[in-house]
Design a protein around this ligand. Structure first.
Ligand SMILES: Cc1cc2nc3c(=O)[nH]c(=O)nc-3n(C[C@H](O)[C@H](O)[C@H](O)COP(=O)(O)O)c2cc1C
Length: 356
């Protein structure tokens, strides 16, 4: 079965769900163009999530994907406290930006259990999970006649997801922007490039593989299809679309950066993620004491990041980005999908006659 048949879509192009970027307009634009639009719903409270899904449905009658973070990612070691050096650094930042006292650490995402109930109740056609998936969630989603997919960053993770019964696996290469989906072992051993990861996962599993990480245009799409991927999932490539509505500062920093500015760091959220390096990341990383667990670490910089974006200060905000950064096109998402489809067709024809 093709991905198009599995998800009832026209083109094998999935827009990556992106917490902190995107809108119902983006989801609808991609789905209306024949791809699979997606929303990153991890921070949404159940009733807000329900309203969000209904808003998507007002804008498209096509299938779409809603993404959650696995319940396992909500667990953390309660004994870890904010270190004295991190506290002093955050207090300095607050003084510098004229902010009040530091916030209390708090969990920013979930609860996935309650969010999933809304997705099932609203019959969201495709549900995706980052950081792994639970067997009973896969059963619940299938029992409701819906599809479930999840990210893998290693062959072991892909095999684990297949055994849990997901409909397709997203092979997330090291180039990818945003959080590493790693849920087994040390993330540093799971920083495998898309070119190496995709064909090995394709050979290891029987379910369709969706390639992700560094795919920015027809060249990446056709390359991943030739590696055996049934589809691609693209995130960074949509960050320049007007519907994505990332803060202007984030977009302008993306446009003036090269791939070497991206870095995989846990300093921002407490879990490894790829984004643009800035002062906050560098200074937080240089403290020789443990960070707070995910997502408490992330919660400590909420006021700081908000204020920095307001005043145009790039030292502090989160600016997730993949390594394909310089290939961004600032055009509407529907047009982007149509261009990729046309250019991929052309490129495949050209390659049919390639001599090696
Ligand atoms: C700004 C941003 C936010 C992201 N947020 C999520 C998310 O909420 N859930 C998720 O499953 N993946 C998230 N990702 C990762 C994507 O699913 C995907 O792996 C990645 O975008 C692929 O690499 P690319 O950015 O090079 O296209 C995010 C990526 C970016 C760039």
């Amino acid at each position: 079965m093709t991905i198009q048949q599995l998800f009832d879509i026209q083109h094998a192009i999935l827009q990556a769900p992106m917490v902190g970027a995107g809108s119902t307009d983006l989801v609808a634009a991609v789905s209306n163009a024949g791809g699979l639009g997606a929303t990153g719903a991890a921070p949404m409270k159940p009733e807000g999530l329900r309203a969000h899904i209904r808003e998507i449905r007002e804008k498209t009658d096509q299938p779409f994907n809603v993404n959650l973070f696995s319940p396992a990612s909500e667990m953390y070691d309660q004994s870890v406290k904010l270190g004295t050096k991190a506290k002093a650094l955050l207090e300095d930042y607050h003084r510098e930006l004229g902010l009040a006292e530091l916030p209390e650490p708090r969990a920013l995402f979930g609860p996935a259990e309650a969010q999933l109930d809304v997705l099932i109740d609203e019959k969201v056609p495709v549900i995706s999970f980052h950081f792994g998936v639970e067997a009973d969630h896969v059963h619940k989603i299938h029992a409701a006649g819906l599809k479930v997919i999840s990210s893998a960053t290693t062959i072991d993770e892909a095999l684990t997801l297949e055994a849990l019964g997901v409909d397709a696996v997203i092979a997330q290469g090291a180039e990818a922007g945003g959080h590493r989906g790693t849920f087994l072992g040390d993330y540093r051993q799971a920083l495998i490039g898309t070119l190496a990861l995709v064909p090995q996962i394709v050979d290891a599993v029987k379910i369709p593989v969706i390639a992700a990480g560094g795919i920015m245009d027809a060249r990446g799409i056709v390359a991943c299809r030739s590696l055996g991927a049934a589809a691609v999932q693209m995130g960074t490539a949509f960050l320049g679309c007007p519907e994505t509505r990332i803060p202007p500062l984030w977009l302008s920093e993306l446009k003036r950066s090269t791939p070497s500015r991206t870095t995989v760091t846990s300093a921002m959220s407490g879990k490894p993620a790829r984004g643009l390096r800035n002062r906050y990341i560098s200074e937080m990383e240089s403290l020789d004491e443990p960070l707070l667990p995910y997502s408490l670490q992330y919660s400590m910089s909420v006021p700081l990041r908000k204020k920095a974006l307001e005043i145009g200060n790039a030292d502090f905000p989160t600016m997730w980005s993949g390594q394909g950064i310089q290939l961004l096109r600032e055009i509407p998402a529907g047009e982007l999908v149509s261009q990729w489809v046309a250019e991929s067709g052309q490129l495949s024809t050209e390659l049919a006659g390639i001599a090696i």
